[in-house]
Ligand binder design. Structure first.
Ligand code: ATP
Ligand code: MG
Length: 140
């Protein structure tokens, strides 16, 4: 195990329902520390760029529209094995498959509007952190 950083988004379905604090509490209780955080409203360019790997998927348009539909909270999380740990705390993509107690089991509305994003590997974490944060904004 190693101290790692990962990138996380609290998605528009959560800001709309005013539950960002509940989501952050789950991450903190799960052993992760917020070392950078800001609330932004993504532009189309940002949403399309961030999700470029999913460009060919049938849900791409829907995903981009959703991510631009309201404010999001982008954050960098730090902790032991943070990438894997964050995804465990988040639960499966589809809330119907997510384990009890996970963020998506408790809060997600559907497979598309699923409350959080988390990086899936060290390489994507590094790219995603740089997409939204400068080094000076990471203060943990
Ligand atoms: P994320 O990348 O957001 O952390 P993930 O890694 O669990 O989620 P991906 O397969 O990378 O899931 O899909 C990215 C996002 O695209 C999902 O979180 C979800 O919002 C959306 N998505 C995935 N599959 C579908 C689908 N079948 N229909 C609608 N939206 C979907
Ligand atoms: Mg993903």
């Amino acid at each position: 195990m190693a101290l790692e950083r990962t990138f996380s988004i609290i998605k528009p379905d959560a800001t709309r329902r005013n539950i960002t604090g509940k989501v952050i509490a789950k991450l903190e209780e799960g052993g992760l520390r917020v070392v950078a955080q800001k609330r932004i409203h993504m532009t189309r360019e940002q949403a399309e760029g961030f999700y470029a790997v999913h460009r060919e998927r049938p849900f791409f348009g829907e995903l981009v529209d959703f991510m631009m539909s309201g404010p999001v909270v982008v954050q960098v999380l730090e902790g032991e094995d943070a990438i894997k740990r964050n995804r465990e705390i988040m639960g499966d993509t589809n809330p119907k498959d997510a384990s009890p107690g996970t963020i998506r089991a408790e809060f997600a509305e559907s497979i598309g509007e699923n409350t959080v994003h988390g990086s899936d590997a060290p390489e994507t974490a590094a790219v995603e952190i740089k997409f939204f944060f400068t080094d000076a904004e990471i203060v943990g």
